[in-house]
Design a protein around this ligand. Structure first.
Ligand code: NDP
Ligand code: BG6
Length: 482
């Protein structure tokens, strides 16, 4: 395994430490980095939420989510670094005094505030951090998605957070940017000469980005029902993937270099109007069905009422710039789909003239398939000759790189990587304010267009690939989903 680069000691204050995200992702991620020796001994984790309990009670609950296989010694040593403080993050409650005295007064120690809280209170929490004098000059703040539910609310949140923290101290999480294969997309594009000459409208026919989940709305139904698939997944994760595929090569991997290139792509996204929405967007909602062998209820039963929230969306996006003019990007995401599968497919143009005139097998276009999860890997689909006699017979075969087979090392999950990036101050893996706002501008236009067009909400049984109308979205352009 590659040697880990140590980080500087830090105090991390996790607001919302009793919530779903903190228990499932943030605390386990910190524990794993601790077990791998990456977190310095003098670092501390200050957990905070409103519920009144002791540190021991907090840790006992947190333990349920922590991998026991790492051993009792590691867990005990980790627990010594953790304390819990009951505090109302918005207000004047006495918890703030306790929090302040628990913090290391050394100005040289990085102080990181992680807001695993409802985004509607980000502004007031930042104001309280400042009012109680908790932010030192080197402090950083980590914000979870979603930043708002539209352009206007995102701007208000960004303004409010900006009153207490400078932009280069604000780390807006999109956990897809921390995934191993998403990072590899940058390496694939910019550390290989092979693709760049054809990575444009002359070489690429279209791009597909699919993020399919088998999970339903689950415990987050109250949030999800207000958001829907477009706001929950497309506005952030899928657009970030689109940006990494479409952006120009940045001058370096330094934060603003990468973010400036992504911003240009977001600003070049064509705003969808009602006419394009009628043919270029499909909305769906799952009904009851089977995920593998398990019978699951429909969305309406899960949230407790019939609503018109989409749990599936597929759409065609166009980027109006020189590189991508005329190259559609087809995006789709859904809950309760047949399999969990996230992948990017770059489909190249067909060869201009068929020299081979094969006796069997048909010419197919090259495809580069980047599998993000599960079974991370990269596959390049090529035409080859079927070996042996019998004339010129064509076969479409993969050049396949499977991470599991090629690399022995375990790699950290997205939250582990992102937390360490916050500690190091590496902004390249986080969204800048203007990116988030540009993504919301486009998303707002999509929602306005589908409302004006009165788009239907197509039902699909849980455990399928979404509504059949999604097939027509591509078939209309003479293309198929991979
Ligand atoms: P939960 O509702 O499960 O948890 C919210 C947490 O915030 C609880 O610990 C709650 O504890 C605390 N809290 C709420 N209000 C206050 C307050 N005024 N002062 C102090 N603490 C408060 O939400 P999630 O953990 O699911 O989500 C947290 C954030 O992460 C949200 O922004 C969400 O959008 C985002 N997110 C979550 C994901 C997930 O998988 N869960 C995925 C991606 C993003 P208490 O009530 O005791 O104070
Ligand atoms: C979150 C969404 O941002 O991403 C969830 O809010 C979704 O609805 C999750 O389930 C998917 O993340 P992953 O890493 O499991 O693909």
């Amino acid at each position: 395994m590659a040697e880990l680069v140590p980080v500087q000691p830090f105090d991390m204050i996790v607001f919302g430490a009793t919530g779903d995200l903190a228990r499932r992702k943030i605390l386990p991620a910190l524990f794993h980095r601790w077990c791998d020796g990456q977190i310095p001994q003098t670092s501390r984790i200050l957990a905070a939420a409103r519920e009144d309990m002791t540190t021991e009670e907090f840790l006992e609950r947190a333990r349920e989510f922590i991998n026991g296989a790492k051993g009792e010694d590691k867990w005990s040593a980790f627990c010594e670094r953790v304390s819990y403080t009951p505090v109302d993050a918005k207000g004047e409650a006495p918890g703030w005094g306790a929090l302040k005295s628990a913090l290391d007064p050394q100005a040289s120690k990085a102080r990181l505030f992680y807001l695993a809280l409802p985004p509607s209170i980000y502004g007031s929490v930042c104001a309280a951090i400042a009012a109680h004098g908790l932010n030192t000059p080197g402090s950083r703040i980590v914000l979870e998605k979603p930043i708002g539910h539209d352009f206007h609310s995102a701007r208000l949140i960004n303004e409010a957070v900006g009153q207490a923290f400078d932009e280069d101290a604000i780390f807006r999480i999109d956990h897809y940017l921390g995934k191993e294969t998403v990072q590899n997309l940058l390496v694939l594009r910019f550390a290989n000469m092979l693709f760049e000459p054809v990575w444009n409208a002359a070489g690429v026919d279209h791009v597909q980005i699919t993020v399919a989940e088998t999970l339903g709305a689950g415990k987050r139904a109250a949030y999800y029902d207000r958001a829907g698939a477009l706001r929950d997944m497309v506005q952030n994760h899928l657009l970030q993937l689109l940006c990494l595929v479409a952006m120009e090569p940045p001058a370096s991997l330094e934060g603003d270099a990468v973010r400036a290139e992504k911003l240009k792509v977001l600003r070049a996204l064509r705003l969808i109007g009602p006419d394009e929405a009628r043919t270029g967007i499909v909305r769906g909602q799952y009904g009851a069905g089977l995920i593998g062998q398990e019978a699951v209820e429909g969305y309406g039963e899960e949230v407790g009422e019939a609503t018109r929230t989409e749990t599936f969306v597929a759409l065609r996006a166009d980027i109006d710039n020189w590189r991508w003019s005329g190259v559609p990007f087809y995006l789709r995401t859904g809950k309760r789909m047949a399999t969990r599968r996230s992948e990017i497919v770059i489909q190249f143009k067909p060869v201009p003239h068929d020299v081979i005139q094969a006796d069997a097998g048909r010419l197919q276009p090259n495809r580069l398939v980047i599998r993000l999860q599960p079974d991370e890997g990269v596959k390049l689909m090529l035409m080859t000759k079927d070996p042996g006699p019998g004339g010129m017979r064509l076969r479409y075969v993969p050049l396949n790189l499977s991470y599991a087979e090629a690399f022995e090392a375990d790699y950290p999950d997205a939250y582990e990587r992102l937390l360490m990036a916050v500690v190091r101050g590496n902004l390249a893996l986080f969204m800048r304010r203007d990116e988030v706002e540009a993504a919301w501008r486009w998303t707002d236009a999509v929602i306005a267009a589908w409302r004006e067009a009165g788009l239907a909400l197509h039902p699909y049984p849980a455990g399928t690939d979404g509504p059949p109308q999604a097939l027509q979205l591509m078939a209309r352009d003479g293309r198929d989903w991979y």
